[in-house]
Design a binder for this molecule. Structure first.
Ligand code: TTP
Ligand code: MG
Ligand code: MG
Length: 373
């Protein structure tokens, strides 16, 4: 065998998934829906009831109504007080953007996985400590709830696969932590369909080979799985049944961010005390942004109080910029907002960041390279 690879850093990954997302949003904006079964429908327009259920709240799920079901079928299962609503995707996308933006500030790296879910790499933020990760997830859930009124469930694990399975274990408003040494037990009692990517067809083929649980799957040879499913899927199933997933988070360009965060010399209770500190933060941040040769559209701040609670705020600007003054003025306003909203706040650490990057064109890029030479 070739020389052993250097040991990989242990990662801590969150999978954040919103609870009954479309229906929960509708409940929040229409309080009269409270307590009723709610079904959000994707109407195809062919006939009055043609189309499929997008999602259903838990009261509607108790009636047997689920995502993907034909609307006409769902109507047969519905109670007389069940509310059917048409999908309002542009509005849900706005809520999603707010949630993703809150997640950004709680992670080192983020991959948006769908309209209602994201993977967050928090390894460095938590100093590889699961105890810190647990607290970070509590703070994140609170922040999302405060900013959007939406509850989410969080799975925490050593990789994307385990985090994703974990987020679905306790819903709604749940949190499930699976450390590396707990992975085997965590998976042992589960059915194969709990593995992401195992749909009806795969499940049937496995079942025909007397493989029903993840434990059964983990006892099969790689050769057999490759024979049944081909190389890529066979390998995937072999690894997944052991809780192995080395895939990296795929960070999209608009979710890349730059930020600077530091502990202040003295704790601050108002923004006026932060002027000098903010100036130095913004200058450093601006220098880094200039080196990356990007414009940005969103400025955000991170505030950590003396109890180590984390808050964040973001402002998307009218147009792209690379101005240090804009960073400073916007960050200052956002800190002012936090001090006004949270009476008695005593800040210990504070950070400023930019996201929503736009690459500068080649010509500009050359110029600023010389500027910094
Ligand atoms: P999911 O996260 O799969 O489901 P959910 O958020 O409604 O419920 P859960 O609490 O179990 O996470 O999907 C997110 C949204 O995507 C969902 O609210 C509606 C939409 N969606 C569809 O429109 N059609 C579908 O078949 C599915 C699965 C989801
Ligand atoms: Mg969801
Ligand atoms: Mg989801």
């Amino acid at each position: 065998m070739a020389e052993q690879k250097t040991k990989k850093q242990k990662r801590i990954i969150f999978h954040v998934d919103c609870d009954y997302f479309f229906a929960q949003i509708e409940e929040k904006r229409k309080p009269e829906l409270s307590g009723k079964p709610v079904v959000v429908c994707v109407y195809s327009g062919r006939t009055a009831d043609s189309g499929a259920v997008g999602t259903a709240n838990y009261a509607a799920r108790a009636l047997g109504i689920n995502s993907g079901m034909p609307i006409a079928f769902a109507k047969k299962k519905a109670s007389s007080d069940t509310i059917f609503l048409p999908i309002d995707l542009p509005y849900y996308a706005k809520v999603s953007e707010k949630i993703i933006s809150a997640c950004l500030h709680f992670s080192d790296k983020l991959q948006k996985a769908s309209i209602d879910e994201a993977f967050l790499d928090v390894t460095q933020k938590c100093n590889e400590s699961y105890q810190k990760a647990r607290q970070l997830a509590i703070d994140l859930k609170k922040e999302i709830l405060e900013q959007t009124g939406i509850t989410v469930s969080v799975g925490i694990g050593p990789n994307k696969l385990i985090a994703k399975i974990a987020s679905g274990r306790k819903k709604p408003d749940g949190m499930t932590v699976v450390q590396e040494n707990e992975v085997k037990n965590f998976l042992a009692g589960m059915l194969v369909k709990e593995i992401p990517g195992v749909g009806k067809k795969t499940e049937e083929l496995l079942s025909a080979n007397r493989i029903t649980t993840i434990k059964d799957l983990s006892e099969e040879s790689l050769e057999k799985l490759v024979k049944l499913f081909g190389k890529a899927k066979g390998n995937y199933l072999f690894n997944a049944s052991r809780g192995i997933d080395e895939s990296e988070l795929e960070e999209s360009a608009d979710k890349k961010r730059l930020s600077v965060i530091r502990t202040m010399k003295t704790d601050c209770t108002e923004v006026a005390q932060m002027n000098e500190y903010l100036e130095s933060l913004c200058t450093e941040l601006h220098l880094r942004a200039s080196k990356q040769n990007v414009f940005f559209k969103t400025v955000f701040i991170i505030a950590i109080d003396t109890h180590l609670e984390t808050f964040s705020r973001a402002k998307t600007l009218e147009s792209k910029t690379d101005s240090v003054d804009t960073i400073f003025v916007t960050a200052k306003k956002l800190f002012e907002e936090i001090f006004t909203q949270k009476k008695g706040l005593i800040l210990r650490r504070a950070g400023v960041g930019v996201i929503n990057f736009l690459e500068k064109n080649q010509k500009t890029s050359q110029k600023s390279l010389f500027d910094f030479a």
